[in-house]
Write a protein that binds this ligand. Sequence first.
Ligand SMILES: NC(=O)c1ccc[n+]([C@@H]2O[C@H](COP(=O)([O-])OP(=O)(O)OC[C@H]3O[C@@H](n4cnc5c(N)ncnc54)[C@H](O)[C@@H]3O)[C@@H](O)[C@H]2O)c1
Length: 385
Amino acid sequence: MGIVRIGLAGCGSVSQRGLLPHLAADDIRPWCELTAVMDVVPGRAQASAEKFGAKLAFEDYDEMLASEIDAVVLASPIGLHYEQAIKAIEAGKHLHLNKTMTTTKAEADDVIAAAEAKGLVVVSSPGNGLHCSNMRIREIVESGELGRVYWAEIGTAGGGHEFESFRTGDDVLANVNPAWYYKRPGGGPMYDMAVYALHRITAILGPVQRVTGMSGIGLERRHFKGEEIIVDMDDNTHLVMEMGKGVFCLLYGSNSASGPRHPFASPFISGSEGSVTANAERIEILGRNVLGHAGTETGRRVEQPDTRIPWVFGVHKEIPERHVYADIMHMVDCALHGKKPVVSAEHARHVIEVIELGYKAAETGITQTCTTTFDIQPWELVHCD
Ligand SMILES: NC(=O)c1ccc[n+]([C@@H]2O[C@H](COP(=O)([O-])OP(=O)(O)OC[C@H]3O[C@@H](n4cnc5c(N)ncnc54)[C@H](O)[C@@H]3O)[C@@H](O)[C@H]2O)c1
């Protein structure tokens, strides 16, 4: 394969704001090309193809799969990912999936098995657990500087996709109805947002062993451009997870207006000797034996996180949704060079199982035991200077 010819399904918010501008940039031509786009809303794929320079536009997914593409990027509503992923694999296409890959562990098992049987690459976003700043927190925890770590808190809250400024326009590219974010299957802030928190905390503390929690609907009716959206999926979920060895983690995913003091999907981790918090700008370590930068005992150290992300170079640093673009380029890299993805479907499957079992625990009142696991491999810092 000379380059990977990509077909993208779903030309909504993440695609218009981020994925299509990234894939339209000339500097990635040595590795891939945006060959086709597809969307079921009449005219949206055609308008996207014209704006972002794709050769082919489709309103039918099967027709896109039958075209000259080598790989599929799924940016459609989450509830459609499973069926579209299986079809792509059956058609012999490598695959990148936006979060979450599927909505159940059983579906994730199918995707992984089908791709393995065909020798195809599957990369499942988000890869944020492997980003340098998160790996640095893992290193701090493993160094023993915090003593014996025994609890953590992480989560995500955000008002809802009907408030995305992107959706305010009236043309076929911007008038994208987000109602599916509140419907089953695939709606709700766990699959949409808390998935980032789960990838981060499990990349630091390891797989979840048991999960319990409570979940419900905070706001039953929402509105988008005068239309009522009846919320039939939980939008307010709070879990307690045991990460093994008596380490507990509180996790929240809520479509409330905002979250508590530490930012979106940023961890707080605490142990017998100290604690660590992080945001995009800083990692702060507090504790009895925490060494300052000069090697003196100060009780507090602030580190600048390494913000490099593989494949995010040049113009890509300025385009939104850099982390998703990086995951897509990882899929391209693995397909071109026969590499095994480190942004792995196995990690995604574990996170999906935690979400599924969290809902089950909330429904039944019975703590659930996870069965899946995953490996963390370093992500080579290629093309990011
Ligand atoms: N919006 C964000 O901030 C964001 C950020 C990162 C990742 N994501 C992920 O990207 C994916 C898409 O999210 P979004 O916010 O762009 O959604 P969206 O609602 O803005 O867009 C979804 C698009 O998919 C199209 N679609 C519907 N049925 C389809 C089908 N059968 N085949 C192909 N396309 C179909 C819709 O017409 C719409 O254009 C989700 O997995 C989401 O979790 C979203």
